[in-house]
Design a protein around this ligand. Structure first.
Ligand SMILES: Cc1cc2nc3c(=O)[nH]c(=O)nc-3n(C[C@H](O)[C@H](O)[C@H](O)COP(=O)(O)OP(=O)(O)OC[C@H]3O[C@@H](n4cnc5c(N)ncnc54)[C@H](O)[C@@H]3O)c2cc1C
Length: 477
């Protein structure tokens, strides 16, 4: 270990390498109930040359490399399963390298945060915007994109994985590869060349959703979108446990909203400072916020007209639904709920407990009603207030179904894990595909995944990373 530390210090410099227990400890756990695990070293890279040398050293010593940005994935994905070296990209590789106004993209280093990008765009390119999750402003844009996050333009544009134009990666062989339209140019790419990822074979799939198991991403180009001048936000309030699915579907496919984020009533009460809420009979069941943007007043009026029409049609079917101005609601009830709209923000109801975990999944729209019924009653059987968060993706082609659990870290792990296991089994049986998947969950999925997929997956992993140095243990590798 001493010898290895010397070699690492030669690569990164003495003050960018640590093996002090006190420095390693914060990287050994996250907010989830996933088992902790200590790394042996943390290194702070600044450039590709250092990373190429690191990959070569790790292959030689067969020591794991765990890429880390801010550890906010809520899946235990940066907790070392087998010790090794944490590569902390968040501290120094965090520059916004280029924003291209003509082709609407930003080229980022892995450590760029949502807050940093938002501020930069507002100050320098206010005609462009990015899509933000409910993650804190200090979580990373690239981490979210390469895990296929779902953000506040997802009803329009779908998963954030779809919004990646190109990547620069360091492979298991220590080669630097550029993927996407940036692939022209031997040593360097033109900063204006990161505008698309088609029509060559799409090698992006070798790195997106792999949880750092196939290589190191060192640059990522993400699409930006026009920032329309006129913005409004509506809220629907639903009476009836499962009728919210009609909103996800019908408002989704009307193609007028940027996002549909739905939560059950208990979550709204949490936001209004009731930590352990109980739903009183007769209260509504779900609410969803619907941000709408338009280039002109006329366009906004047309969109609002369509929204009212969709809501009227639902009422005609007997659905009890209220449509209100969300920003007025926020003023009357509690300004804390405004942060669901003004993203990126720290959503206090998500982070006010020391523990946070979830079964975050991509879900088939046609099973959503059953999913709500089953998961709502599982929460109640366990005596834990239900927290269900849902989204309509890409005009309703699919949905997000995310039961969330807040808990007291180091005290309630066992109880929480039992609840989560039951939820995971129920949801996987109904076809949900978990994202940011912890290893205990991929173990369950492996039992029902097509064997051909698993063989192909294993072969690709072996080919990309023959010594299994990249984040070993993820997906039970
Ligand atoms: C309160 C809260 C709310 C959230 N809400 C949402 C939400 O609404 N929607 C949503 O999509 N997400 C949400 N998230 C999750 C969050 O958006 C993303 O998971 C996060 O942005 C990932 O960034 P990170 O900095 O935490 O990455 P990390 O957790 O540090 O890393 C993520 C993964 O990427 C790998 N990795 C890191 N760097 C590299 C690299 N350079 N090369 C290769 N692999 C790498 C890591 O090994 C790990 O597997 C939420 C998180 C929190 C805490």
């Amino acid at each position: 270990m001493e010898e290895l530390k010397e070699k690492l210090s030669t690569i990164f410099g003495k003050d960018r390498v640590t093996s002090n227990q006190v420095d390693l400890y914060p990287y050994s756990y996250d907010m989830t109930e996933c088992s902790p695990g200590m790394p042996d070293f943390v290194v702070i890279p600044e450039n590709n040359q250092q990373l190429v040398q690191l990959v070569s050293l790790a292959n030689e010593c067969k020591i794991p490399l765990i890429p880390y940005i801010s550890g906010n994935n809520v899946g235990g994905l940066t907790i070392p399963h087998h010790g090794g070296i944490i590569i902390d990209f968040g501290k120094k590789m965090n520059r916004i390298l280029h924003v291209n106004e003509d082709m609407m993209y930003a080229l980022l280093e892995p450590g760029v945060t949502f807050g940093q990008l938002k501020k930069y765009l507002d100050n320098n390119h206010s005609n462009l915007r990015y899509s933000y999750p409910f993650a804190p402003p200090y979580a990373s844009v690239v981490g979210n994109a390469i895990l296929s996050g779902m953000n506040n333009l997802s009803c329009k544009i779908g998963s954030m994985g779809d919004s990646i134009n190109g990547l620069e990666v360091i492979t298991g062989m220590g080669e630097i590869a550029r993927i996407g339209s940036c692939f022209y140019g031997k040593e360097h790419s033109d900063p204006g060349s990161w505008w698309c990822r088609y029509p060559m074979p799409d090698l992006l799939g070798l790195f997106v959703n792999w949880q750092g198991m196939t290589g190191l991403v060192t640059k990522c180009a993400v699409q930006l979108w026009p920032n329309p001048r006129i913005q409004k936000c509506y809220m629907v309030i639903m009476f009836g446990l499962t009728d919210i699915v009609d909103v996800l579907q019908e408002v989704g496919r009307s193609e007028i909203v940027d996002d549909i984020s739905a939560v059950n009533t208990e979550v709204i009460k949490m936001t209004c400072e009731i930590p352990e809420p109980v739903k009183i009979p007769g209260e509504p069941d779900f609410a969803a916020i619907l941000p709408i943007t338009a280039k002109t007043e006329k366009m906004m009026q047309a969109k609002e007209e369509i929204l009212h029409q969709v809501v009227d049609e639902m009422r005609e079917k007997g659905i009890q639904i209220l449509l209100i101005d969300f920003l007025e609601f926020a003023k009357i009830f509690n300004l804390r709920v405004r942060c669901y709209h003004d993203l990126p923000a720290v959503i206090l109801s998500l982070v006010e407990y020391s523990g946070l975990t979830w079964f975050g999944s991509y879900a088939p729209m046609h099973e959503m009603k059953l999913l709500i019924q089953k998961v709502y009653s599982i929460f109640n059987e366990h005596g834990i207030p239900p927290f269900i968060y849902m989204k309509s993706m890409k005009s309703g082609h699919y949905a997000i179904f995310r039961p969330i659990i807040r808990y007291k870290k180091f005290k309630e792990e066992k109880k929480v894990h039992m609840l989560l296991e039951e939820i995971a089994e129920t949801c996987i049986n109904l076809g949900c595909i978990p994202y940011k998947t912890p290893a205990w969950m991929t173990e369950k999925m492996r039992k029902v995944i097509n064997p051909g997929w698993l063989q192909l997956f294993e072969r690709i992993k072996k080919c990309m990373d023959p010594n299994n140095i990249f984040n070993p243990g993820r997906w039970n590798t």
